[in-house]
Design a protein. Structure first.
Length: 366
């Protein structure tokens, strides 16, 4: 008699809604009210996924003789909302639930909830090479060659800052909108947005910058490097810390506002350092192994971090603990991870073109 075995069902199979894109997923971004997810692919296509779920996890939980199980989904997820953007390069949330999308030709476009392009932003004086948007203040900052253009709202006056010989590869605005950081091929600088006296702080970088993120309180700036590890810059004092010995590039980093910890990719486990008493103290998180972490995303309201690996594995770990919750065992190399603002949804993108929203039951992260 032939014996058929049921394949192992993972949390990903039970909790994720999946959409297949035609190219690897590069960027993921939730809008400001957690109703839509923007998905940017390597081929430049941008589409929107609705977060509204006809089969939320709570509706599929069954309790039988004291044992709790969750039933698989029966239907398919709502189709994606297409946009007319075919050369998208980076995404950001914008006001009123809309998105900003930078294109390879240097335009910065506002995309509304329907996927329609409704405006061009800061794009009348040459191609934009890097940008960021501050949700708290509504400020957009865009680097156009050797100048930085600043605008609050779509109709306000645009202010320009001459950057001298600096040409930013990454722009990042602090959460309170007070400071803006510019990462160039050989330097990292911090500028005040309210005035233009030149850089407030500037330091040289030993390698090309790949990632740039502010801590939630705006005190620390983290810059991941192609080689050489991670730079932590104190925006109050100008003091900086080099964290080296990474076996791989630090393509992603994130800050946990709950655990006051910086987390980074590029190591054979989730790399983390507590900022409670700098110099930072290492916080070993998750399990070490032979596969390097490619993606990290700190949970916004709990001391947790999601990590993605090139073998497709996705894990969630308490910061500072070796424990892990395996969400997916294998699949395409993970290229993007992003939590929704409320921490209920984890967006996942991989190199095989799979884009997914994993929605967790309220009970899972007690």
């Amino acid at each position: 008699m032939n014996q058929q075995t049921m394949p192992n069902v993972t949390l990903f199979d039970l909790l994720a809604r999946n959409w297949q894109r035609q190219a690897p997923v590069r960027h993921l971004c939730f809008n400001e009210d957690d109703t839509l997810l923007a998905i940017g692919s390597v081929d430049g296509a941008v589409a929107l996924a609705r977060l509204g779920d006809n089969e939320p996890p709570e509706s599929r939980i069954v309790i039988d003789n004291g044992q709790t199980t969750i039933q698989p989904r029966l239907g398919k997820p709502s189709p994606l909302i297409s946009t007319r953007i075919h050369e998208g390069a980076r995404l950001s949330a914008h006001r009123d639930g809309a998105f900003l999308a930078a294109t390879r030709s240097g335009d910065l476009l506002r995309v509304d909830r329907t996927g329609a392009i409704v405006a061009k932003v800061l794009s009348d004086k040459g191609p934009i090479c890097a940008f960021d948007h501050c949700r708290a203040t509504g400020l957009s900052a865009a680097a156009v060659s050797h100048r930085l253009r600043l605008q609050s709202g779509e109709t306000d006056t645009i202010r320009e800052i001459d950057l001298g010989d600096r040409k930013p590869a990454i722009v990042s605005i602090a959460g309170d909108g007070r400071l803006v950081a510019l990462a160039c091929s050989g330097s990292l600088s911090v500028w005040r947005i309210a005035d233009d006296p030149g850089p407030l702080i500037e330091m040289s970088l030993p390698s090309s910058p790949l990632s740039l993120e502010w801590s939630a309180d705006g005190r620390w700036l983290g810059c991941g490097l192609q080689t050489g590890g991670l730079v932590l810059l104190n925006a109050d004092t100008g003091h900086h810390i080099m964290l080296g010995d990474f076996p791989g590039p630090v393509a992603m980093l994130d800050w946990s506002p709950v655990a006051n910890t910086v987390l980074a990719s590029g190591a054979y486990r989730i790399a983390g350092w507590s900022m409670d008493a700098p110099p930072p103290g290492a916080r070993a998180t998750g399990r070490g192994g032979f596969v390097m972490v490619d993606a990290v995303a700190a949970h916004p309201v709990k001391a947790l971090v999601a990590a993605g690996y090139p073998n497709g594995r996705i894990a969630i770990a308490p910061i500072g603990s070796p424990e892990e919750l395996i969400v997916r065992d294998a699949g395409g190399p993970v290229t993007a991870l992003q939590w929704s603002t409320d921490g209920r949804h984890l967006a996942v993108g991989d190199a095989l073109g799979n884009a997914a929203i994993v929605t967790f039951p309220n009970e899972i992260f007690k």
